[in-house]
Design a protein around this ligand. Structure first.
Ligand code: TGC
Length: 387
């Protein structure tokens, strides 16, 4: 492969030496710890919990949270980590997103000093795992319609309800549960060993097989008064956390796309049909070039959005641009990459279809294509068209 094959636009020139070094560190972790095992994890539907402390030591958990033992890296550095992790597998990037962007950022943004000191250091170290309970069986794109209730009871709260599609819940130590109260939607820190809390993995799945997504039931779950996140009132709280995760996806999806493209390119250079490498055919080159175009554009979008995030100028509506565009293009790239692999592309020996399957989930969670389209539609017309 040529230099242009791996970085056509020379985008490394837009990164600092420190950013490149960090990116390469994460790339090395993916090469050594994820790539050799991902086929087995994916096939057997195993989340490799044993690598969580390694991720903590590397600084992958709560990457851009500051203080309390967290790495305190920039948004661009967090994005580069997501890019490399998702080149390995979306399931592993999803874990890092749930832990850092959703759970740790909820505590860092909205928690008390005591809550931060109690939970953030062990979560950054990968000693404790968190999950984020927003989505419900009947409230997916419309979390405002959630029915999980928290009512005051003596000096504490009692929570009743159900959550669905909650990453890592069955192995989590702590759940951030968003619930309706008489004062609107509030967040609660619920240790998962609290009586009445049950998490059940949703199986079997055709995507995200190296990760875990669960149903949660909350049956009379009693938590003390200080379990509430005092800084979050209303949907603004969970949506602020979703911004972080959606931002990471903007980068991560391009990692999956890049890996699928590189797999297809290597295969096309090697695979011979009609007496020549299939990379020599015009139709093959067109497919590869289309992938390079969209990966280059997607990475530029991710980097620009990351630089705006670091500058403090990024609007949530601009994150929708990145999430919508980059996941949509990534899934198209992965599917097209599979076509270059022919029948061999449907085996787990090759990554494109695994990535494409994973991206079906990524396309849906953290806001569907439709939700992000309508967020952008509202931003440019001033007219909400959600209902
Ligand atoms: P809307 O009236 O627009 O807003 C309500 C309040 O929230 C504020 N807000 C935001 N704040 C920060 N960032 C954002 N992105 C925000 N979006 C809205 C808004 O300013 C308002 O604040 P306030 O103070 O005025 O009350 O609310 P809406 O109900 O009309 O929103 C419509 C819509 C469709 C945009 C929203 O509901 C939405 O984004 N829906 C998609 C939900 C979603 O992405 N769900 C996926 C959850 S993923 C998950 O739970 C975990 S997946 C990972 C895993 O566990 O594996």
């Amino acid at each position: 492969m040529t230099d242009l094959a791996t970085d056509y636009l020379g985008l490394d020139a837009l990164l600092s030496a420190e950013e490149i070094a960090w990116r390469d560190t994460v790339r090395g972790f993916v090469r050594d710890r994820i790539r050799p095992n991902i086929i087995q994890w994916y096939e057997k539907a195993v989340f490799p919990a044993e690598i969580v402390p390694e991720m903590g030591r590397l600084g992958l958990l709560g990457t851009h949270v500051s203080g309390y033992g967290c790495p305190g890296r920039s948004a661009v550095e967090y994005g580069l980590a997501a890019l490399e992790l998702e080149a390995g597998d979306s399931g592993l990037r999803t874990f890092v997103s749930v832990q850092g962007s959703l759970v740790m950022s909820a505590i860092a943004k909205f928690g008390t000093e005591t809550q931060k000191q109690r939970w953030l250091p062990p979560m950054a170290a990968g000693e404790l795992i968190g999950c984020f309970g927003l989505t419900e069986p009947e409230a997916g794109s419309d979390p405002a319609s959630m029915t999980t209730m928290a009512r005051r009871d003596g000096d504490g709260w009692v929570i009743n309800g159900a959550k669905r599609w909650i990453g890592l819940a069955s192995i989590a130590d702590l759940a951030v549960i968003w619930a309706r109260t008489e004062d609107g939607i509030r967040g609660f820190l619920v240790p998962t060993d609290t009586p009445g809390f049950t998490a059940t993995p949703i199986e079997p799945k055709l995507a995200m097989r190296a990760s875990i997504q669960c149903d949660i039931t909350l049956a009379g779950v009693r938590v003390p008064a200080d379990a509430i996140l005092p800084g979050a009132a209303g949907l603004r709280g969970p949506f602020s956390c979703l911004n972080e995760a959606r931002y990471g996806i903007t980068w991560g999806a391009m990692g999956a796309a890049r890996d699928a493209y590189e797999a297809a390119l290597a295969y096309a250079l090697d695979r011979r049909q009609f007496g020549q490498p299939i990379a020599s055919f015009q139709l093959t080159q067109e497919k590869l070039v289309d992938m390079v175009l969209e990966i280059g554009k997607g990475l530029l979008v991710a980097l620009h959005i990351g630089r705006m995030k670091d500058a403090g100028t990024l609007l949530p509506e601009q994150i929708s641009f990145g999430k919508l565009n980059n996941v949509r293009e990534a899934i198209a790239i992965c599917r097209e990459a599979r076509t270059l692999l022919g029948g061999n592309g449907i085996t787990l020996d090759h990554s494109p279809l695994r990535h494409a399957n994973n991206l079906e989930s990524v396309r849906t969670y953290e806001g569907t294509d439709e939700v992000h389209t309508l967020i952008m539609g509202r931003a440019i017309t001033g007219i909400p068209a959600f209902s």
